[in-house]
Design a protein around this ligand. Structure first.
Ligand code: ATP
Ligand code: MG
Length: 721
């Protein structure tokens, strides 16, 4: 491997980072400055200069997709396979370690991963078992309470009860009962993966030493989005001898709702010895205009570490602003632009704040036959039919899986009623056994009415027979058999034709996914990682995979599809064309995020969205939107107002442009902001309260001494004071 070739494509600061002498390194830099590139080149450089073996490297990425890309890029940089290199998300790495060391982690070998939905249903059960009212203490609240505790590394027993805080104490009770329940049934939720792994090392010094010696080089992308337990985990692993190389951007910290904190960047700089701080300032991704818009917007945030971001690229195209009259119109506009685009479709991304927004785009694209792909919203493995099928697999695998039992005991309908289930839950609670065991007992002891008993027996027999039947089959065959023998197909066919077809196609896709999974598993080459973690059965592995894979890998990677995703899912990615949709007050910024600190995070999210674009950026907002069953008037997002007006050009659907932009946000003397003082010929001095409409119809509300007035911007002749 030619080492200089590795450095050729880097600028001075990047090269400095890649070739930094041994020690900890923090690369703090804005979007598109090559942080991820530097991280990958650092690994390649360590390997090429023989300072490290792949075996000694641990790379932590934010998504599974990023991990896959990293491996592919390394392979092409080094012309070599990077099989031995551990590059994965925090969750996947923790999962692998717990699988390997399940005994030390006090877990059953076949522990199952609870995704967010499953966690809620377990919590519901726990709350009921405690005889609490799940309308007052909701599973959602409990989930948030517990996950937050775990994200901060706190178990129930480590959290202090407060006499006066009844709610908190109840939550602690739920947390304690939930921990016991998960332990008893071998269930591990996402936050638990990390906390458990942290404890595994903390409580087993010799194991920790082994990994500290092994992972001499630890590299972390998107460090601004680490939470406390991840930070502590890294600190523990790094010990005194490993070298950490972390890259991040405080302006792109967008996961504080999951207890991540950009403050970890500063902590890292202070707490790790002799950190080499490197800043990258040149952006290679976007045009000058896109970058300027991003810089201006993010400058509205206070408390930034602050950075200087520039580009050599030309100004490029203006930013386009489309004002739709409805959300349907917005979707139509985007679809029309997509159809008019002559480049690759995968170079176009549609970004939105909430997952629900994807539906209209999907419908529009389906109608026009535009291939699209959704990332990270409704995850493939979270779809109803997929969850049903997985529940069958889970129950076949592990009869005491209550979540799976609850899900399929009456799917398809077999006449097992809620009253029967209540009886079973009662027995399970009282005797501390699983629902499956409770069902068997209830039948034996004739606690149920004859009819209930007989339908339940049929169900138990079905599972047992199915188990015998599919036991010797490979995984994908198992799924096929279950599909036909359980009546699931007929069950879905009762729905509308399209719905049924979609569900059956998804089940076929699951068969494919299982087959691919098996193939990948059997093709794994021998590694010099002597403790191959894949020691459990395929089914257990597959079930873990379905929980951990964030739907990123579904669909054909190579098909040329438009990409749809939430802004959160777009982190780290880049596209030639980006549509930032639904830029409206209460949607983006989101209505739950209007206080100062949350607003700053929304603004960072907008910054992330803008900086995904290489050449074209379309901002879209609608003047009205259907929400909560009503059509509501929508005000353009304050973020549009915070961007430099002169760089934005309004566009119409039929490609006719209105230029220059004369909008609700600008007067002849420049931008107007809420709270700003202005003067009017007739009414005198006043303060801007509000705006609405745009173009010739823009109106502004002003508080004058004589009272509040709405004025047409086009005629008001306001003077800024
Ligand atoms: P983000 O903050 O969005 O994650 P980043 O800082 O990780 O961005 P990269 O994704 O690594 O940035 O790089 C952005 C783009 O710039 C990529 O297309 C990358 O290939 C390109 N790039 C980075 N450095 C250089 C360089 N020195 N010369 C040419 N292109 C570069
Ligand atoms: Mg990156």
């Amino acid at each position: 491997m030619n080492v200089s070739h590795l450095l050729d494509t880097l600028n001075q600061a990047q090269r400095e980072a890649v070739t930094a002498p041994p020690g900890h390194v923090l690369v703090l830099a804005g979007a598109g400055t090559g942080k991820t590139k530097v991280l990958i080149h650092r690994i390649a450089w360590l390997l090429a200069t023989k300072q490290a073996r792949a075996y000694n490297i641990l790379a932590v990425t934010f998504t599974n997709k990023a991990a896959r890309e990293m491996r592919t890029r390394l392979e092409s940089l080094l012309n070599d396979s990077s099989q031995n290199l551990w590059a994965n998300t925090f969750h996947s790495i923790a999962h692998l370690l717990l699988r390997k060391h399940w005994q030390l982690a006090h877990l059953p070998q076949t522990f199952q991963i609870l995704d967010s939905d499953d966690q809620l249903s377990v919590l519901k059960q726990v709350i009921r078992n405690l005889e609490l009212d799940d309308k007052v203490l909701t599973p959602k609240q409990a989930q948030h309470f517990i996950n937050t505790g775990k994200d901060y590394g706190l178990r129930a027993k480590e959290m202090v009860a407060e006499e006066s805080d009844v709610w908190r104490n109840q939550m602690l009770n739920i947390y304690t009962a939930y921990e016991a329940r998960c332990q008893q049934t071998g269930l591990v939720d996402f936050a638990e993966l990390l906390l458990r792994c942290y404890e595994l090392w903390r409580d087993n010094p010799s194991l920790l030493t082994y990994y500290q010696q092994r992972f001499q080089y630890i590299l972390v992308d998107e460090f601004q989005d680490t939470n406390t337990v991840q930070y502590n985990w890294l600190q523990l692993l790094a010990g005194h001898s490993s070298q950490l190389f972390v890259v991040g951007d405080d302006d792109q910290s967008i996961y504080s709702f999951r207890n991540a904190s950009a403050a970890n960047l500063a902590h890292f700089n202070q707490e790790f010895p002799q950190v080499q701080l490197i800043r990258l300032e040149q952006n290679y991704r976007s045009t000058g205009t896109i970058l300027e818009v991003a810089n201006t917007l993010i400058a509205c945030n206070e408390q930034r570490l602050g950075k200087n971001l520039w580009t050599q690229a030309s100004a490029g195209e203006p930013i386009f602003l489309y004002t739709a009259y409805s959300e349907l119109d917005e979707a139509r506009f985007v679809a029309e632009k997509v159809q008019a685009w002559s480049g690759q479709r995968r170079e176009m991304a549609i970004l939105y704040r909430t997952t629900a927004q994807s539906r209209l785009f999907e419908e529009e694209f389906l109608q026009r036959g535009i291939p699209y792909r959704i990332y990270g919203s409704l995850r493939f493995y979270e779809r109803l039919e997929i969850k049903d099928m997985l529940a069958y697999l889970r129950l076949l695998h592990h009869r005491d899986d209550d979540g799976a039992f609850e899900r399929i005991v009456n799917t398809p309908k077999r006449g097992i009623g809620e009253r029967t289930l209540e009886t079973l839950r009662g027995i399970a609670r009282q005797k501390e056994i699983s629902l499956w065991q409770a069902a068997k007992q209830a039948i034996e002891t004739q606690e149920l009415k004859a009819r209930a008993s007989s339908t339940l027996t049929t169900f138990l027999d079905l599972i047992e027979q199915l188990n015998e039947q599919v036991k010797p089959l490979p995984l994908h065959e198992k799924i096929k058999q279950i599909k036909t023998h359980t009546g699931l197909v007929a069950h879905y066919q009762k729905e509308s034709k399209e719905e049924a077809q979609r569900r059956l196609e998804n089940l076929d896709e699951l068969v494919n996914a299982a087959r691919q999974f098996e193939q990948r598993r059997s093709n794994l080459p021998p590694t010099d990682d002597t403790e191959n973690p894949l020691t459990v059965d395929t089914l257990t592995e597959f079930l873990a995979h379905t929980a951990l894979e964030a739907g990123e890998g579904q669909g054909n990677e190579w098909e040329d599809c438009v990409q749809l995703m939430t802004l959160h899912a777009a982190k780290g990615l880049e596209f030639e064309v980006v549509f930032l949709c639904g830029l409206e007050e209460n949607l983006f910024p989101h209505q739950n995020s209007l206080d100062e600190s949350k607003l700053a995070e929304e603004r960072r999210l907008c910054y992330v969205g803008i900086t995904r674009a290489r050449r074209y950026l379309y901002l879209c907002h609608s003047e009205s939107r259907y929400r909560y069953g009503n059509r509501e008037f929508a005000t353009p997002s304050r973020f549009i107002r915070e961007m430099p007006t002169e760089l934005i050009q309004a566009v119409r659907l039929s490609n006719s442009t209105v230029s220059p932009l004369r909008s609700w946000m600008s007067s002849s003397k420049g931008k107007l902001h809420r709270g700003e003082r202005v003067k009017h010929n007739q009414f005198g001095e006043g303060v801007v309260l509000n705006y609405e409409g745009q173009g010739d119809y823009a109106r502004v509300q002003i508080k004058f001494a004589s009272g509040n007035k709405w004025l047409m911007m086009a005629y008001a002749q306001l003077e800024k004071l």
